[in-house]
Each structure stands twice: as structure tokens, then as C-alpha cells.
Design a binder for this molecule. Structure first.
Ligand code: ZN
Length: 130
């Protein structure tokens, strides 16, 4: 069942919503979905980010929500990528840049770690040759 906008504030501060975080964190391996080397949960701060608001009250991980660290959430997803506008202030949410970030966040953790390692290895190679 989808919630109305008026219910949103109550829901996002409710124990039901808090309870769902445990499963989201576990399935995210207690890692930021954007930067897999940053820890989330288990005492490390984290945010559960809504990639869309279509299934408010019945969110599924990787489809509707992702776990990210507060830096990525506030400074990248709702910062640099949106011109520091909240979703309600954006003409289109998510915008193209945010869609790309969401796509990246939803790749399996091994794919993301592998790509980062590949990038670093190649960067080192380029720097060593140059
Ligand atoms: Zn968010």
C-alpha cells in the first residue's frame, strides 16, 4: 500500500521504518552502496535513501531504497548531483545523474569492488609509465 505525502513524515520517523533498516543493512553487507569501502551500520552512521517514492511503506532494497553513508547521501546524491535540491524541489526526481548513481549503487558488491580495483590499478599503471 502506498502512503500519501502527508503520511511520509510520520512514516519516516516510525519504529516500523526503523525496523526495516536492519534487513537493508545486513543485505548491503554493512557497506555504503556507493563507496563499498565505507562501513554503514553497526555504530557507523548511515542513511537509507529512496531512489523513488512509488512503494512508500513497502520498500524493497535495490528497487526502491539503498543504504548509503551520510556523506554520499547528503553531499553527492542530494548535493552535487541535484544542485543541493531535495527531491521535492527537483523538477524531475531522480534526474539523469541520480539515475546513474542509483544504477551504480545497485550493482553487486563484487562488481563495484572489482571496477574500483581495476580503475586504481590502471591509474597506477598510467602514472608509473608517464
Ligand atoms: Zn535520499
Amino acid at each position: 500500500m502506498a502512503l500519501s505525502k502527508a503520511d511520509y513524515r510520520g512514516y519516516i520517523t516510525s519504529p516500523e521504518w526503523r525496523d526495516k533498516h536492519k534487513e537493508f543493512l545486513k543485505r548491503s553487507h554493512y557497506r555504503c552502496s556507493f563507496f563499498p569501502f565505507i562501513k554503514c551500520g553497526k555504530k557507523a552512521r548511515y542513511n537509507v535513501h529512496h531512489m523513488n517514492y512509488e512503494n512508500l511503506g513497502d520498500e524493497r532494497l535495490w528497487i526502491d531504497v539503498i543504504v548509503v553513508c551520510p556523506f554520499v547521501h547528503n553531499f553527492i546524491i542530494h548535493g552535487l548531483l541535484s544542485g543541493f535540491r531535495r527531491p521535492s524541489q527537483q523538477k524531475n526526481y531522480p534526474n539523469t545523474a541520480q539515475r546513474l548513481a542509483h544504477f551504480w549503487c545497485c550493482q553487486p558488491v563484487m562488481v563495484r569492488v572489482g571496477l574500483v580495483v581495476l580503475l586504481v590499478v590502471n591509474l597506477v599503471k598510467v602514472l608509473a609509465v608517464g
